[in-house]
Write a protein that binds this ligand. Structure first.
Ligand code: PLP
Length: 535
């Protein structure tokens, strides 16, 4: 396997050569970019590597990095060795199959296999009429869902979503039908911020889930704001796409499911509901229940599941599938989707080019490897590990002055699913950083200082404190999230996260769980030391 070098300029050329020539007469391994090059192709600008770090902007390399203490699954994870091997095997199969089929046919066949297996692993394969659309990221899925359901009447559709700081910074632009990056899966150069070619006008309303002081806003306030927006839109005869986040970047679920159910009863013909489960911190029973309640659901393979960044899948329930399957897509989506990303026979796919996105396919293949392993762990063991992890992290964050944990209310899904389930346990632990300050107790680190600590955590430090091994640990936490102000300082929260890969590792032997928890606590030791030493 070649080392990852500045591959960016060569990749488009390689891909172009393939599509221009269709099927080369005799395929060599060099006719397809390497696995590590494919893994960082076929997405928006966030997927690209910075040459100097040999990693994407989240610090993830294209090759496995077993020494990295990975606790940042709310943002992104480095591919695992098993995930990389699965992607590499698939690349070999693609090369073999392409000896006798076109690249786009191979892509369609393999993606259909992934679609089937993903549905099975999510426990929805037997649910009649559920369809799956693939896209390059969670943000792409928001674009796709809004364009699919948006009205082309004169009255624009209203999309209501949680504030971007709790979802993705480009989610509002995607919902509004704007190019949210300088490139997309099938276009190297886009005018970021410009409206894509579409006859569907969509306005976006963003709802804050946390107050200015970073505390969660009361559920009733969030619900009331949403009800007022939906009421007003309905009176004006507009369609509404309500996005329910389960869970957000800092672990919140909003609006309340009781509010959503009441709105659906009142406006059955005007309201579509999209569950933003892009963190994919939900169990199959919860995913299934959302579909049974008629909601679309967006997941990614690249957060809790720990597949490589980026990969998205949108599950569409039967009733919506029946309504939408004959609906063509605006031509602007040709930059984002290929025909095989859509269910066969859907009008949406018919208008799209038959092109391949082997990068997306390989990323999903790696994610399936992680998901398969997670599904092999009994639910009771998943719950047991996640609860022990949560208890240890909460306690550590609470008793150290260098940290202030952000409040994350218990997840309330009653009415949807009343059974106990591992997905009710907190798995994202957001916290602010602070330093002792004479006279006032402590002062908060601002956003810039927090980002510096986030980066320093990823680097091996040579220092005797807190001890040589801890200082040398390379630890990845979730990217800092802007969280309002504290004591006049604009702050952001770091996030320490549990992930599917950790669950699987924790159940390998009787002491693996304790070792993993101890490692996460040491990452916090390092963070506290960095805060105190003011490096
Ligand atoms: C709740 C939520 N929704 C949507 C997104 C956007 O997903 P992606 O980063 O795959 O575009 C994120 C990203 O962190 C997220 O946390």
């Amino acid at each position: 396997m070649k080392a990852v070098t500045a591959r960016e300029p060569t990749l488009p050329a390689q891909l172009e050569r393939r599509s221009a020539s269709g099927r080369p007469p005799a395929l060599l391994s060099s006719d397809l970019p390497t696995t590590e090059a494919l893994l960082v192709s076929g997405g928006d600008a966030r997927i690209a590597f910075t040459a100097e770090r040999q990693a994407n902007r989240y610090g993830c390399r294209a090759l496995p990095d077993p020494q990295l203490v990975a606790l940042g699954s709310s943002t992104a994870s480095v591919i695992s060795e098993a995930g990389f091997a699965a992607a590499d095997r698939l690349r070999q199969r693609i090369l073999m199959a392409a000896q006798s089929e076109s690249w786009s046919d191979v892509y369609a066949t393999e993606l259909q296999r992934v679609r089937r297996e993903l549905s099975e692993l999510c426990g929805v394969a037997e649910l009649p009429g559920v369809e799956v659309v693939f896209a390059a990221s969670g943000t792409d899925l928001h674009l796709v869902a809004a364009q699919l359901t948006g009205s082309n009447d004169a009255a624009s559709t209203l999309a209501i979503s949680a504030d971007a700081s709790e979802t993705g910074s480009s989610v509002p632009a995607a919902l509004a039908g704007r190019h949210f990056s300088t490139r997309a899966a099938f276009c190297e150069r886009l005018n970021e911020g410009a409206l894509l070619r579409s006859d569907r006008g969509i306005d976006v309303a963003s709802i804050a889930l946390r107050s200015d002081d970073a505390r969660p806003r009361p559920t009733s306030l969030v619900d009331d704001e949403i009800v007022a927006l939906v009421d007003r839109a309905a009176v004006a005869g507009r369609r509404v796409l309500l996005i329910v986040v389960d869970v957000s970047k800092t672990g919140l679920l909003a609006p309340s499911l009781a509010c959503v159910a009441a709105l659906r009863r009142r406006f059955p013909d005007q309201l579509d509901v999209l569950i933003d489960a892009c963190q994919f911190r939900i169990a199959p029973a919860t995913l299934r229940a959302y579909l049974e309640h008629g909601c679309m659901i967006a997941i990614t393979g690249s957060k809790f599941v720990t597949g490589p960044a980026f990969s998205g899948a949108l599950f569409i329930p039967r009733a919506m599938s029946l309504r939408l399957r004959a609906r063509p897509l605006p031509s602007g989506l040709r930059d984002y989707c290929s025909r095989a990303d859509w269910p066969q026979a859907w009008a949406a796919g018919q208008g799209l080019p038959c092109v391949d996105n082997f990068g997306l396919l390989l990323r999903w293949e790696a994610a399936l490897q992680e998901l398969r392993a997670l599904r092999a762990v009994p639910d009771s063991q998943i719950a047991q590990f996640l609860e022990s992890f949560a208890a240890a992290i909460r306690e550590r964050l609470r008793r150290d002055d260098a940290f202030e944990p952000l409040e994350v209310p218990a997840l309330e899904r009653s009415g949807l699913l009343d059974l106990p389930s591992w997905d009710r346990t907190q798995t994202i632990f957001p916290f602010l950083l602070r330093r002792a300050a004479p006279g006032i107790g402590h002062s908060y680190l601002d956003r810039e200082q927090t980002t510096r600590i986030y980066r320093q955590l990823q680097e091996a430090q040579v220092a005797p404190e807190p001890d040589v091994q801890t200082a040398a640990m390379r630890c990845q936490l979730g990217q800092p999230v802007a969280c309002g102000r504290r004591a006049g300082v604009a702050v952001s929260a770091l996030r320490l996260c549990a992930s599917a890969r950790m669950v699987v590792e924790a159940t390998r032997d009787s002491s693996a769980g304790s070792r993993l928890i101890a490692r996460a606590l040491r990452a916090l030791d390092k963070a506290a030391w960095l805060v105190r030493s003011g490096l």
